[in-house]
Ligand binder design. Structure first.
Ligand code: RIB
Length: 289
């Protein structure tokens, strides 16, 4: 079982479902509303745990009405929360609109995630003890860099999902072993990604591709599903990938594509992350395990 440290974000997602997203200046009637715990870090942590990993989450919630539910979603999933701190002020939130085709628009307000500016001694011990460190870009980049450097120095594989996408200093890229991007991120970050040993590109319904350190390529087809909501599908992909990375890219990609596809079949980020048995069943149906 892979030990995974996630240093990342946790948000309360305010999810509105609507037939068609409004144009600028337009008001439309929504069909439903739900509060669903999310955040790229938390989603990836839960996905990795459910896919068979042993996960510790390093992050922050605020002191507001959302904090308890955010903590609970991680601990109920079996993710370690001893490194989850509470800070003054609001928790992170994401205002999400999901349209009838399952596509989403997201506005993230960092809240407590923006206060993740220091790694404690215990955080560093958690990172050093892990097989894989997973980071995203919803906490300060300086903290991502500090976590990645500490991981590298201790032989922990550094996996980065550079999302929400932005340009990063070269010193961050120098610490990354594995990058997980979607096609848009891949195009925008092409130059930086050329120096990363392992790059995985998610292709939506078409699955994913892999490029290794010697230029070797693999591709993994998607599995057919009825899409309800794509929110968190990339996070589920990344979490499952981390949990199976030690088995090699072919196996890890199969698990990631299967888990990611299953995550699109339900509404809400954390609510849609598949359990281990569901992933195994889908893999068996697809003839791969
Ligand atoms: O990747 C999906 C996530 O992005 C949502 O859960 C939302 O919180 C935003 O961080």
């Amino acid at each position: 079982m892979a030990r995974i440290a996630v240093v990342g974000s946790i948000n309360m997602d305010l999810v509105t479902t609507v037939g068609r997203r409004p144009e600028p200046g337009e008001t439309v009637s929504g069909e439903g509303f739900a509060l669903v715990p999310g955040g790229k870090g938390s989603n990836q942590a839960i996905a990795a745990q459910r896919a068979g990993g042993d996960v510790e989450f390093v992050g922050a919630v605020g002191d507001d009405v959302f904090a308890a539910a955010l903590r609970e979603v991680l601990s109920k999933a079996g993710v370690g929360v001893s490194r989850l701190r509470a800070v003054d002020g609001p928790s992170g939130i994401a205002a999400i609109v999901v349209d009838g085709g399952g596509e989403n628009s997201i506005i993230v307000v960092a809240g407590a995630n923006g206060r993740m500016t220091e790694l404690t001694v215990a955080d560093r011990e958690t990172i050093a003890a892990a097989d894989v460190l997973m980071c995203q870009l919803e906490i300060p980049v300086a903290t991502v860099l500090a976590a990645a450097r500490h991981a590298r120095a201790n032989g922990t594989v550094v996996m980065l999902n550079p999302s929400p996408v932005r340009e990063l200093p070269a010193e961050v890229w120098a610490e990354i072993d594995v990058a997980v991007v979607n096609e848009g991120e891949g195009e925008q970050l092409a130059a930086a990604l050329s120096g990363v040993p392992h790059v995985i590109t998610t292709l939506g319904a078409a699955g994913a591709s892999y490029r290794g350190p010697r230029g070797e390529m693999l591709s993994q087809p998607g599995i057919p599903v009825r899409v309800v909501d794509t929110t968190g599908a990339g996070d589920t992909f990344t979490g499952a990938l981390a949990a199976h990375w030690h088995r090699g890219p072919r196996t890890a990609l199969a698990w990631a594509c299967t888990a990611g596809a299953l995550a699109t079949t339900k509404l809400g980020a954390s609510a849609s992350i598949p359990e281990l048995a569901e992933i195994r069943r889908a893999l068996a149906e697809a003839g791969a395990r």
